[in-house]
Design a protein around this ligand. Structure first.
Ligand SMILES: Nc1ncnc2c1ncn2[C@@H]1O[C@H](COP(=O)(O)OP(=O)(O)OP(=O)(O)O)[C@@H](O)[C@H]1O
Ligand SMILES: O=C(O)[C@H](O)[C@@H](O)[C@H](O)[C@H](O)CO
Length: 171
C-alpha cells in the first residue's frame, strides 16, 4: 500500500543491529519485529549448540517474519524488522513472501572492509548472556551476501512490479 515503509535492519550476528534499532525505534516510534522472537525453539537450540542454520531451518522463520510485515501493512503501519537476513533470497522472502522464489538476477555487491569480521568478533567475545557464540561468526560471514545496489534504497525494487517502498534495506 502507498507510503508504507518496512525497514529491514540486517547483518551478521553481533554487527550491532539491536543497538541501531533501539535508536531508530525511539526516533520513529514504529513497531519493531525482532527476528529472534520468531525463531522456533529448535533453531535457537541449534545455534546455541554452535551449529549454523541451513536454508531449510531459515525459510519457515523468514516466512513468519514476512507474515508479520503483511499484518503491519494491512493496518497501514510502518515497521522495523530486525533480522540477520544474510542472503539476498532471505531478504526477498522477508519483503515479498512466496513471490520471492521467482526472483530476478542481482547486481554487483559492495566488498566489506577486511577488518570488519575481527571487530565484530571482539564485540561478540565481550558480549555476555547471548546464545550466539563468537565462534559462530565465521559461518555468518560465509552465508552473507551483502545487499546489491538495487536492494539498498528507495530507488528501485529487485522484483519488477512491486512497490518501491517495500525494498528499503538498512545495513
Ligand atoms: N558501534 C558500536 N561500538 C561498540 N560496540 C558496539 C557497537 N555496536 C554494537 N556494539 C556492541 O556489540 C555487541 C553486538 O551488538 P548487538 O547485540 O546490537 O548486535 P546484533 O547484530 O543485534 O547481534 P545478534 O544478531 O547476535 O543479536 C553488543 O555488545 C553491543 O553493545
Ligand atoms: O540467520 C541466522 O543465522 C540467525 O538469524 C542468527 O543470525 C541469529 O538469529 C541472530 O543474528 C542472533 O544472534
Amino acid at each position: 500500500s502507498q507510503g508504507i515503509m518496512i525497514v529491514i535492519i540486517m547483518g551478521v550476528s553481533g554487527c550491532g543491529k539491536y543497538l541501531v534499532c533501539e535508536c531508530l525505534c525511539l526516533q520513529l516510534g514504529w513497531p519493531l519485529y525482532e527476528g529472534d522472537d520468531f525463531h522456533p525453539p529448535e533453531n535457537i537450540d541449534k545455534m546455541a549448540r554452535g551449529e549454523a542454520l541451513t536454508d531449510q531451518d531459515r525459510f519457515p522463520w523468514l516466512h513468519k517474519l514476512h507474515q508479520a510485515t503483511v499484518k503491519a501493512r494491512r493496518s497501514s503501519s510502518d515497521a522495523i524488522v530486525v533480522c540477520s537476513a544474510l542472503k539476498r533470497l532471505y531478504r526477498l522472502i522477508l519483503l515479498h513472501g512466496r513471490q520471492a522464489l521467482t526472483s530476478s538476477s542481482c547486481t554487483e555487491r559492495e566488498a566489506l572492509p577486511p577488518s570488519l569480521p575481527g571487530l565484530i568478533h571482539q564485540r561478540m567475545v565481550a558480549r555476555s548472556g547471548h546464545y550466539m557464540r563468537a565462534d559462530m561468526l565465521q559461518s555468518q560471514f560465509s552465508a552473507l551476501e551483502p545487499p546489491g545496489a538495487e536492494e539498498r534504497g528507495p530507488q528501485g525494487s529487485p522484483l519488477k512490479g512491486l512497490p518501491r517502498e517495500q525494498t528499503i534495506i538498512a545495513q
